[in-house]
Design a protein around this ligand. Structure first.
Ligand code: AMP
Ligand code: MG
Length: 341
């Protein structure tokens, strides 16, 4: 726990790219002192960006106070404020950025804009001990296979349309599975899939190193309407979608010859996806690791830790450059702190 000794440095990180508002505190040596999240649950349908942003502004003070209390730190003991600058939903990003700018100005400490996807990779590395992994980052808004090369995380394959988590979420909603706080829709699909017995024929679309999931989603919903059992369709949807991302991950692994495979992002919680990736990692003599559940979904700790890494390598974001970047790709971000063997 932080004692506020002058030699210790702490970064507070704010995550607000989509449905979650999170605040984390990371010490510069990698200790995570706090990681508090409050998620917005839509009344119906998917995330409404302005409603989610309103949620974030309503809970911001409560989440911040809880994070300070957990970290046992006073605001003036923080050395740096980091925030998720993109990619994400504009209104949600702007809410987090506004809180971060206000804190930085009030406390007179530097600001660092962090790429959300880089945050997922860095927290995965920190928590699992992976040094130079090939990473599958699969969440509600992103699906990509990345690995470090020449100063940046390069994208070896990605979805051409919807993200893996979004595919599961939209299917679940169309199937009438209700949103419940604390139980992600993807986890509900996973439970049903475990009771599936039959592989329903659904599209499998990999183009080069990229995958397309929207046709699979449409076909899965249609199969349900034609009378296939929900459990069988959940099972078949998972088998196809996870096989597609696993195929792309395996080819990237063969090409990059990395010795570690890391699974991160909200969908990392899925045991079936984990087991498929474990098999291909084993076949290529690579060590497989999964980010722990509490750091898998969007969280403030990953932003705090990545902000600390950036700052320790001389990077800060002047307030006039702190505008949010809705489509900020991971391969546009220099990561000078990454050192490979
Ligand atoms: P994130 O966007 O990183 O906050 O992650 C949220 C996404 O992870 C949503 O699409 C969830 O449905 C998905 N998710 C969470 N748990 C699971 C699970 N056990 N299996 C599949 N998807 C999941
Ligand atoms: Mg989320």
């Amino acid at each position: 726990m932080g004692t506020g000794k002058p030699a210790e440095r702490f970064c507070l990180g704010i995550e607000s790219t989509a449905d979650d508002f999170g605040v984390g505190v990371a010490a510069f040596d990698g200790k995570i002192l706090a990681n508090v999240t409050d998620g917005y649950v839509p009344e119906a349908g998917g995330i409404h960006p302005r409603e989610a942003a309103r949620h974030h502004s309503e809970v911001a003070d409560k989440v911040l106070s809880e994070a300070f209390a957990k970290a046992q730190l006073k605001p003036k003991e923080i050395s740096l404020v980091a925030f998720a600058q993109g990619p994400g939903l504009g209104p949600c990003l702007r809410t987090g950025a506004t809180v971060a700018r206000a804190l930085s100005a009030y406390l007179g400490i530097p600001l660092v804009g962090v790429n959300h996807s880089v945050g997922h990779i860095e927290i995965g590395k920190l928590q699992t001990g992976a040094q130079d992994p090939l990473t599958l980052y699969a969440s509600g808004g992103n699906t990509m296979v990345t690995a470090y090369a020449s100063g940046r995380y390069r994208i070896f394959g990605e979805t051409l349309d919807i993200a893996l988590g979004n595919c599961l979420d939209v299917f679940a909603r169309e199937a009438g599975i209700k949103n419940q706080k604390g139980t992600p829709l993807g986890a509900a699909v996973e439970l049903l899939a475990a009771k599936g017995e039959k592989l329903v024929s659904l599209p499998y679309v990999v183009k080069g190193m990229d995958m397309s999931l929207s046709g699979l989603l449409t076909a899965a919903s249609a199969a349900l309407k034609k009378g296939e059992r929900l459990e069988d369709v959940c099972f078949s949807l998972q088998e196809n979608a996870f096989s597609m991302v696993t195929e792309v991950t395996e080819r990237a692994l063969a090409h990059t010859e990395k010795k570690e495979v890391l699974l991160t992002g909200g969908v990392a919680a899925n045991k079936r996806l984990q087991s498929m990736l474990e098999v291909i990692a084993g076949e290529h003599d690579a060590k497989f690791s999964v980010v722990p559940q509490k750091f898998a979904t969007d969280n403030g700790a990953m932003i705090a830790w990545t902000g600390a890494l950036a700052y320790m390598n001389g990077l800060t974001t002047p307030v006039e450059e702190s505008f949010v970047k809705v489509r900020w790709r991971v391969d546009k971000v220099d990561v000078p702190w990454v050192k490979t063997l």
